[in-house]
Ligand binder design. Structure first.
Ligand code: SF4
Ligand code: FE
Length: 496
């Protein structure tokens, strides 16, 4: 049975013996550590919803490799309906958890490797695609959580990987053996890495001929010898360690994804788990595939998260007694408008997608990048409006523990309370949710996750076909009436 229950997912993590550091200290029981447990709960929710009849259509798919029912988070996109369902699934998950549910990175990494290995094999006569399909069947049949690891530390940004003083600033092959390779380096910002079964390692940029050692894509078990997870800090994360942690804002599911640095300290990778090894000419291609599949996601996941944030803000206006005010309603409408704009673009990117040589299905690149570009603005703007409507108490609310102090609890309850229908604790919960889900951690994730804004603009300009637009104005002004019209499907401008 390919679909794990949430309990089976959590138990399977417990059986992994990963090397992890949280708060600077070695931690054996990662799953139950208060810094990680909320993020595990969020991923467990992806497993839970797949078993619920009303969500089955969005959360599951049929494997094109085996014909078996699988989790949609392990599926290779076959057509635009699959992409639409993916976006809808992400919005549903965002609504159910109010935060990042982490499984999309591994999903998009798997799709990028699947599509690229097909093309690499065709060009170079290699055997990577078959290897990856075998690996993917295991992932699908065991319903594994895979992390995608792409971003290298990069060292001196003015230098190429091969020019760095420290050559380990980009993950690279340090030894080639008949049965595999040894890799060294680190990947940063790994969403869900610490609670995954497998890590898919991908190159993070286009590479030159003299950078073949950096052209490596592979799968590494999370508990492989030499893999080290160093968990990142988030805004207010010590609040997770407080009893009940009401001040944390989203105590059940966490704030964003629980990112980790993953160090590969001379990790052996057997041949069967290597999916790119020296074919530098396909690295840019692989990165672009991944980025396009991941960037449109944000119209779904951040859409669901914003639904919850809009709900918290709207509830706050009811608590305050401002909900009927026309200006307040207009600001809530603006939040909805910003949110639906990115969701609509993501659905559009799915509908206008195109078939790749491997048979998998890609978003329209211009629309997918436009989604992410808008997210780098709209999430901030939605947060701004939420702060505006929720008021200054977001920044000055007394500690939740003050509510239980016999000496001052009655003062806090009396003076935090607003309208009589809601007690002070409700106002605290909404304020804390808004405070934490609009924190630096959440906003920076929207800014840099799936690529920083300029990365999208590079693709957008390339896809925008300015020459054609100039032809259009010439036709209009000169009256030739030579109308080419709108494209029906994306015709991606080649990246290489
Ligand atoms: Fe998925 Fe969104 Fe989190 Fe990225 S930010 S892993 S797309 S939920
Ligand atoms: Fe992200």
């Amino acid at each position: 049975m390919p679909l794990k229950t949430p309990e089976e997912y959590v138990d399977s993590l417990r059986s992994l013996k990963i090397r992890a550091y949280i708060g600077g200290e070695r931690v054996e029981d990662v799953v139950d550590h208060p810094a990680v447990a909320p993020h595990v709960n969020t991923v467990a929710k992806t497993y839970q919803l797949a078993h619920e009849a009303e969500h089955e259509e969005l959360m599951t798919a049929t494997s094109h490799l085996t014909g078996r029912k699988i989790h949609r988070f392990t599926h290779i996109f076959q057509n635009s309906d699959d992409l639409i369902k993916k976006i809808q699934m992400l919005r549903l998950m965002g609504q159910a958890t109010g935060t990042c549910f982490q499984r999309c990175v591994g999903l998009d990494a798997a799709n990028a490797i699947y599509a690229t290995t097909f093309e690499v094999d065709r060009a170079h006569g290699t055997d990577y695609h078959r290897r990856f399909r075998d690996f993917l069947v295991e992932v699908q049949d065991q319903d594994l959580m895979t992390a995608g690891a792409m971003t290298d530390p990069k060292g001196d940004r003015s230098k190429r990987p091969s020019q760095q003083d420290d050559p380990d600033q980009y993950v690279r092959v340090v030894e080639r053996r008949p049965d595999g390779v040894v890799i060294r380096g680190a990947k940063l910002h790994n969403t869900g890495g610490i609670n995954s079964h497998q890590v898919l390692v991908l190159p993070g940029m286009a590479l030159n001929e003299d950078e073949r050692d950096y052209a490596i894509a592979c799968a590494v078990p999370a508990d492989a010898e030499g893999v080290v997870f160093i968990f990142g800090r988030q805004s207010n994360d010590e609040r997770k360690l407080e009893n009940g942690c009401q001040d944390y804002g989203n105590p059940r599911f966490g704030v964003v994804g629980g990112e980790a640095m993953i160090v590969f300290d001379d990790v052996f990778v057997p041949n069967e788990r290597i999916f790119l090894n020296g074919e530098h000419d396909f690295c840019g291609h692989l990165v672009e595939y991944f980025a396009t599949w991941h960037r449109a996601n944000y119209g779904g996941c951040k859409g669901g998260n914003a639904d919850v944030l809009i709900g918290a803000t709207a509830k706050m206006t009811r608590i305050l007694g401002t909900a009927r005010n026309g200006i307040v309603k207009d600001k809530l409408t603006e939040m909805v408008h910003l949110n639906e704009t990115t969701f609509a673009s993501a659905i559009g990117a799915s509908a206008m997608g195109y078939l790749l040589p491997s048979g998998s299905f890609m978003f329209d690149p211009l629309l997918a990048n436009t989604v992410k570009q808008n997210i780098t603005r709209n999430v901030y703007q939605i947060s701004r409006l939420s702060h505006d409507l929720a008021g200054g108490i977001l920044a000055t609310m007394p500690d939740a523990r003050a509510f239980d102090n016999p000496e001052i609890g009655h003062y806090v309850k009396k003076y935090v309370a607003a309208t009589s229908e809601y007690d002070a604790l409700e106002r605290l919960k909404m304020a804390r949710y808004i405070e934490n889900m609009t924190s630096v951690t959440s906003q920076v994730e929207a800014m840099h996750g799936a690529g920083s804004p300029q990365a999208q603009r590079i693709v957008m300009l390339r896809q925008a076909e300015l020459d054609k637009k100039i032809e259009m104005v010439e036709n209009v002004v000169d009256g030739t009436d030579d109308v080419e019209g709108l494209r029906l499907r994306a015709e991606p401008v080649p990246a290489r």
